[in-house]
Design a protein around this ligand. Sequence first.
Ligand code: HEM
Length: 328
Amino acid sequence: MGATTAIVLSSSRAVHKLLHLRSANTSDRPSIHFNNITTGGLNLILSPYNSTWKSMRRVVKDMLTHDACMASLPIQRAEATQLMFDLLEAPQAYYTHIRRYTNSVILAIVFGIRCARYEGTIVDEFYEVQRLWADNLEPGALPPIDVVPLLRYLPERWASWKGLSREIRKRQRNLYFRLVDRSRRRIQEDRRNGCFMERVLDHQEQYKLSDEVLAYTGGTVLDAGSDTSAAFLQSFMFCLVASPEVQTRAHREINEVVGRDRSPRFEDFENLPYLDAIIKEVNVMTLHQDDMLIRFRSTDSDLLPQRGSLISPYRMKLLMVIQFQKAV
Ligand code: HEM
């Protein structure tokens, strides 16, 4: 934080007000150089407000409505069934089973492609590049190129992150463009399967989306939903193993409400308050992984004393630090 002024908010009501009720003014992002050179600023989650961000967000919003989520339930159910089978067959590979599940759900919803296996498939290819991408976005992974812009001009022999950025860019683009092409080819060959990308392609002109923006919009959703959901499920499993008494109680609740002949369905959820509570508890424990990465920037000088103040939510809605410093 250096010599900047910082305010720490420890009232959940105040944090809720700023991050939720005034979110339009407090959800901009500071510029991240590594994101700019790797994605050309086209990662929806990490990029600052601008006209491209707006059109990408308009597209994604349609995908995340309540109705769209409910329509994707059969895909989620089918993939969850395979996940349970895989876990029973080869429990030692739980880590990759979960990763396959979360990535395949989103691949199927967005691009109409599912991956029944991990090794040698798109899932494998995605997580391989995602590892490089996410590792280098972590605070401290790179020299402070956002705080000391001069470092960006170091020759490559002292700045290995430049070559890494090129490698990630090449691999991400290769994957994202290929996925969009497969949807486009299905439309041309009259083999639609109703995935989200087909609908976006139908309205590409109306949305005024270039092929590049389209590819990154789909790619960002893969990026946003795969690792996050996998990390949650892996933590959830870990917590249940570490707390057998909680596991037994949740199991008993499922047996009482759902019975032993079928898996729980979405409609059962309101009758499973204990399960609901432990899911929320694990969510609170795992959410701060994203807090480390995602920082917000204010666009309003009425709300906070200085426009461009950086906002670092720690454990979303519980505590946050506001830094009065114009972002670089
Ligand atoms: C446990 C799982 C997940 C966690 C912890 C998580 C976390 C987050 C966080 C912290 C943000 C930033 C919110 C903000 O700007 O205030 C975000 C945004 C986003 N997430 Fe997730 N996410 C999860 C699952 C998913 C899934 C499954 C999808 C897609 C199917 C998804 C798609 C997105 C998108 C598109 C955005 C950007 C939304 C926007 O800018 O309006 N996320 N997520």
